[in-house]
Design a protein. Structure first.
Length: 266
C-alpha cells in the first residue's frame, strides 16, 4: 500500500488518502484470527503477499505489543492477551449499551434531559452512548468521546468505586489535577472528599466542572459480581438544575443503574 495499491480483504468505507502499508498489513494479520485460531509465518506471508521474513517481523512486533503470542514448541501464533482484552472490552461495551438503551430512553422521556452512559478508562470517562433532550437548550451527546473522569459526574461515580491505592496510581500529580473549568476539582485531596460524598449518597453530582453552565447527576451500574462496569448520568443546564431536579435525577439514575445491572446478570 505504500506504493498505492488497494488493500485486499475486508474493508470498511473509503481508502484513506495516505494509506500506511505496514499498518494495513498488521491489521490484516489480526483479522486472520476471525477464521483461524493459529497462524504460521508462511500462511501469513501467503495472505499478505510478502516474504516470510517480512511476515515474521510483523508478527514479532504484534507479539511485542501483546496482540499475538507464539507457541515456543510449534512456533505458531495465537491471539495475545492484548487482543483478547480488546475483544472482551468491545463485547462488554456492546452488552452494556444494549442492556442500558431502553433505560436511557426512558429517563430521557421522563425528564426530557440528556442521558449519558459511560465507562472508566484509566482516569478518563469514555462515553459509549447517549440520548439527547428534545429541548433547544440542552446538554449535547458526548457518545464516542473521552473526558477527564474527575470533571464529570459519570467519571466521579466510577472513581468512587476504586480503592485509595488505585486512585493514587491514577493521579500521581496529587494537588495539581487538570481543570476543564474554574469549577473543576483541582486537587487529589479535594477529589477524595468528593468521592467520599459520592459513596455516602450513592450518586455523584457535577456543577459546571466539565462545561460552564452544565450540571449532571450519575450512578454506577454493577454487574452480577459487584463490579462497577458503567455509569448512567442525567445532565441539564444549571438554570434547570435546582435541588428538586437533582433529587429527581438521583432517584432516576440510581433506579436505572440497578435495572441495567440486573439485565446484565440475565
Amino acid at each position: 500500500m505504500d506504493s498505492g495499491e488497494v488493500p485486499e480483504g475486508d474493508t470498511f468505507g473509503e481508502l484513506p488518502r495516505y494509506p500506511i502499508g505496514s499498518v494495513d498489513k498488521g491489521l490484516r494479520l489480526l483479522s486472520m484470527f476471525l477464521t483461524d485460531d493459529r497462524i504460521r509465518v508462511k500462511d501469513a506471508a501467503a495472505v499478505l503477499g510478502v516474504a516470510t521474513g517480512t511476515a515474521h517481523r510483523l508478527l514479532a512486533m504484534l507479539q511485542y505489543r501483546g496482540f499475538v503470542t507464539q507457541d515456543p514448541l510449534t512456533r505458531v501464533y495465537t491471539p495475545g492477551p492484548m487482543l483478547v482484552s480488546v475483544g472482551l472490552q468491545a463485547a462488554q461495551r456492546h452488552d452494556i449499551r444494549s442492556a442500558a438503551r431502553d433505560e436511557l430512553v426512558r429517563l430521557r422521556d421522563l425528564y426530557d434531559e440528556t442521558i449519558q452512559l459511560a465507562t472508566l478508562e484509566g482516569k478518563e470517562a469514555f462515553f459509549i452512548d447517549a440520548v439527547e433532550s428534545t429541548k433547544v437548550l440542552k446538554v449535547a451527546s458526548r457518545a464516542g468521546t473521552f473526558r477527564p473522569a474527575h470533571c464529570t459526574s459519570v467519571g466521579k461515580a466510577l472513581l468512587a468505586q476504586l480503592p485509595r491505592e488505585r486512585l493514587l496510581e491514577l493521579f500521581p500529580e496529587g494537588d495539581s489535577l487538570p481543570k476543564c473549568t474554574p469549577s473543576s476539582v483541582s486537587s487529589l485531596s479535594q477529589l477524595m472528599i468528593e468521592l467520599e460524598g459520592t459513596r455516602a449518597r450513592g450518586y455523584s453530582v457535577n456543577f459546571g466542572e466539565l462545561e460552564e453552565g452544565i450540571g449532571s447527576v450519575a450512578a454506577v451500574v454493577h454487574d452480577a459480581r459487584g463490579r462497577a462496569v458503567a455509569a448512567i448520568g442525567a445532565g441539564a443546564p444549571l438554570s434547570r438544575l435546582d435541588d428538586i431536579r437533582i433529587g429527581e435525577f438521583a432517584e432516576g439514575v440510581v433506579a436505572a443503574a440497578k435495572t441495567v445491572g440486573e439485565a446484565l446478570d440475565g
